[in-house]
Design a binder for this molecule. Sequence first.
Ligand SMILES: Nc1ncnc2c1ncn2[C@@H]1O[C@H](COP(=O)(O)OP(=O)(O)O)[C@@H](O)[C@H]1O
Ligand SMILES: [Mg+2]
Length: 358
Amino acid sequence: MTAQTLDTTAILDVLRPVQDPELQKSLVELNMIRNVVVEGGNVAFTLVLTTPACPLKEFIKEECENAVKTLSGVESVMVEVGAETPQQKDLPDRQGIGGVKNIIAVSSGKGGVGKSTVAVNIAVALAQSGAKVGMIDSDIYGPNTPTMLGLADSNVIVQDGANGQQVLDPAFNYGVKLVSMGFLIDKDQPVIWRGPMLNGIIRQFLYQVNWGALDYMIVDMPPGTGDAQLTLTQAVPMAGAVIVTTPQKVAIQDARRGLRMFQQLNVPVLGIVENMSYFIPPDLPDRQYDIFGSGGGKNTSEELGLPLLGGVPLEMPVREGGDRGIPIVINAPESASAQAFKAIAQQVAARVSVAALS
Ligand SMILES: Nc1ncnc2c1ncn2[C@@H]1O[C@H](COP(=O)(O)OP(=O)(O)O)[C@@H](O)[C@H]1O
Ligand SMILES: [Mg+2]
């Protein structure tokens, strides 16, 4: 091989065959390699990923380093990793939220399967990775995300907007901006919601909140497939939906109904999260019991024909964290459930990026 000058062109040339494993395209062609600087044998550049929660961050970085090291004369390689989350695709007849790049619905066929727990931990995990995250809790029957995010005593602040309309300032904790039905209704008072009123509030949550710039908006959907779900799904373009279920047969049947709703409304279903996949007893953390039947999520995902984003064990600290307002990904990041939530958040982010760019 003839001796090559070590310069920007040489670096880009040697990096050209390195692909983003999810998008299966060259990093160079995707404009993910930037700010290449060569000084003598020292090479530095920025690797701009499509999400700060990229599950393959370390792998891609290493591939880049290894490729550059094959060039003669290279003494050191410094890769700075950054991210630019792409904007989700538009959908006809739907109105996006200005500044919000990707709207992700977290839904379930019925209540009590852990939808809010999953939504909250995904949101906080994404924020921990460096993403800008917002959350809408549209569950009028059990708006408990304020409690789960340690915001039970907080509120949204109502401001007068430019056009005489009210604008809400979201509550904020653990890097997540939140608006919730829980801020608007009396906790001890049953509320009878009439369709138009409910629709009005949902639209306000979407379009009259100072969301600012967000990479991800997580929507904790009400359980089932009623009016609120339809309003939401038909109003905003959604990057995708995550369906939360448990291993029981009935839960899987309910999940199937939710799946059909999203499919009919052209919302891509990113996959399922099987919550309470198995039980880890607090005194024997190395044991696991398949109390709802076995399969570890695999059977469920096969039965529904959907990718499995991950399975979350049933662990007491998950519930305690929810009740105390300290999500498990914050409180016990090394626990099996926190690790599962983190991996699920990365899967969600990766799939959303692929959908936006393909
Ligand atoms: N993996 C888990 N391990 C232990 N408890 C859980 C787990 N997931 C959810 N829970 C608990 O189960 C209850 C219902 O969860 P929640 O997220 O409120 O369900 P949903 O929003 O579907 O109604 C809550 O008390 C929550 O803390
Ligand atoms: Mg809930």
